[in-house]
Design a protein around this ligand. Structure first.
Ligand code: NBP
Length: 479
């Protein structure tokens, strides 16, 4: 046995991760892929990596030092189950199987339980950063047992991205905690992307600026509090000219956004946990709406506002959009962290929210300066009930709220969809409201279903005899 770590699955993510591992001091990497041609190709293309190629699971297991550690990078779902079973067949108690794919966290919980019964450790690790991250340093969100972390920690720390001197990896929590946090990361990514897209659309339609001019605006924003990878690449995409037509590429790309399902998982999970993640939900639905061309073609005949949309003061409007974007972004992240907290409570994970914000500062798609402020907020108050109430964010919201309202009003008047901007503002106004019309909803529920209500002035649970003489009785709490 000559390798200290192995990688199964040598498509783009697996080969890049294997090369990343091999490039670090002290690592010898065994590689295996179902179709052997890929193993040979990787070996031939990267002789410098010193890979140990293997042609069967048995050979793969034999090439690994104990405790054996293998990272699986194959298609999520059935292929992952198949590979886990093949490894369980050839591994021994104490060995470690890591699933680095994009598994749905309930699958990871199930797999961890099943594998643990064999004495083998199973770790679901969310890996973000795409192909480049896998090669140069991703953000890694591992779950699994404390025992496996002892072996795995140093290996993952060696390949992770570095942000402000710290590797972007932490032991998130047990079993599915890592994939849960990766899922929410992706949900936040959806919200962030949608917010940026809405900002672009409003500026373009409100000021008539070209995509290249808007690229300059984003590049400028990237030097301030909005500094992030997504703002940076937005400028790059907007600046791109299509070689064939000479038009901005963004005008040539079909306006139907795809999705691989992690946004939907985040929203479904949030619904089950009772956590409002309206920014992520609107972003996910905005992609769905865009992808129904047949409906859109018919609905295109529906009337919009009569007046042309033209802003009076271009610079002031652009600054308003910037402030609205930042405020909405704070809401999206606050909601995402609420979901992680709720998931930790539900599944009994000890998740350090400040540590999560730190490992997202490098390597991953949502990497941003802003995450330092989130880390500060949780450092100051680990049990912070809502991120948006932390002093830095509360101050940003107070600075931005008037602009935010102007932008949402302008969008509505101009007939420009801004679902993430406007739902984030509604969330803000909802969460800060002294009283909500939820009181009326409780009254309605009591009327048709005798669901009862509580009173603001005394303890107990009450029901009004709506179909009788409408007196109030004390009732059992049925919600
Ligand atoms: P793919 O998701 O395209 O999976 C291809 C790999 O799965 C190949 O190695 C293939 O082997 C293997 N495989 C399949 Br399909 N069925 C198998 C089976 N029954 N037994 C053994 N191996 C099987 O690869 P990827 O794009 O590199 O992504 C790998 C994982 O990383 C996925 O879970 C993905 O969601 C996740 N991820 C991807 C990104 C990204 O940016 N692409 C980012 C973060 C995470 P073969 O060569 O024999 O067909």
């Amino acid at each position: 046995a000559s390798a200290n770590i192995g990688v199964v699955g040598l498509a783009v993510m697996g080969s890049n991760l294997a090369r990343n591992l091999a490039s670090r001091e002290g690592n010898t990497v065994a590689i295996f892929n179902r179709s052997h041609a890929k193993t040979e190709a990787l070996l031939a293309e990267h002789p410098e990596a010193g890979f140990v190629p293997t042609a069967s699971y048995a050979e793969f297991a034999a090439s690994l030092q104990k405790p054996r550690t293998a990272i699986i990078m194959v298609k999520a779902g059935v292929p992952t189950d198949a590979v886990i079973q093949s490894l369980v067949d050839v591994f021994e108690p104490g060995d470690i199987i890591v699933d680095g794919g994009n598994a749905y966290f309930p699958d990871t919980i199930r797999r961890e339980k099943a594998v643990r019964e064999t004495g083998i450790n199973f770790v679901g690790a969310g890996i973000s950063g795409g192909e480049e991250g896998a090669l140069l340093g991703p953000s890694i969100m591992p779950g699994g047992s404390d025992e496996s972390w002892v072996t795995l920690g140093p290996i993952l720390r060696s390949i992770a991205a570095i942000a402000e001197g710290e590797p972007c990896v932490t032991h998130v929590g047990h079993d599915g905690a890592g994939h849960f946090v990766k899922m929410v990361h992706n949900g936040i990514e959806y919200a962030d992307m949608q917010l940026i897209a809405e900002a672009y659309d409003l500026i373009r339609r409100g000021t008539g600026k070209t995509p290249a001019e808007i690229a300059d605006i984003f590049a400028e924003w990237n030097r301030g509090e909005l500094e992030s990878y997504l703002i940076e690449i937005t400028a790059e995409v907007l600046r791109q000219i299509d070689a064939e037509t000479g038009q901005p590429l963004v005008d040539i790309i079909v306006d139907q956004a795809g999705a691989k399902g992690t946004g939907a998982w985040t929203v479904q999970t949030a619904l089950a946990l009772g956590v409002p993640v309206s920014g992520i939900a609107e972003a996910t639905f905005a992609r769905s709406l865009s992808s129904h061309p047949e409906q859109r073609a018919v609905a295109a005949g529906l009337p919009g506002p009569e007046d042309e949309f033209e802003v009076e003061d271009t610079d002031a409007f652009i600054e308003d959009v910037r402030l609205a974007l930042f405020a909405s972004k704070i809401v999206a992240y606050s909601q995402g962290f609420d979901e992680i907290r709720a998931g930790a409570a539900e599944y009994d994970w000890q998740i350090d929210l400040g540590a999560i914000s730190k490992i997202w500062r490098g390597g991953c798609i949502i990497r941003a300066q802003f995450l330092n402020r989130i880390a500060d907020a949780y450092a100051a108050e680990p049990e912070l009930p809502a991120l948006l109430t932390a002093p830095y964010f509360a101050d940003a919201l107070s600075r931005g709220q008037a602009a935010w309202r102007r932008v949402v009003i302008a969008a509505a008047q101009a007939g420009i969809p801004a679902p993430a901007f406007s739902s984030s503002l509604s969330y803000y106004d909802g969460i800060r409201a002294e009283r909500l019309p939820a009181a009326l909803v409780q009254g309605q529920r009591d009327f048709f279903g005798a669901h009862t209500y509580k009173r603001i002035d005394k303890e107990g649970t009450f029901h009004t005899l709506w179909s009788g003489d409408r007196t109030e009785i004390e009732a059992e709490d049925t919600h």
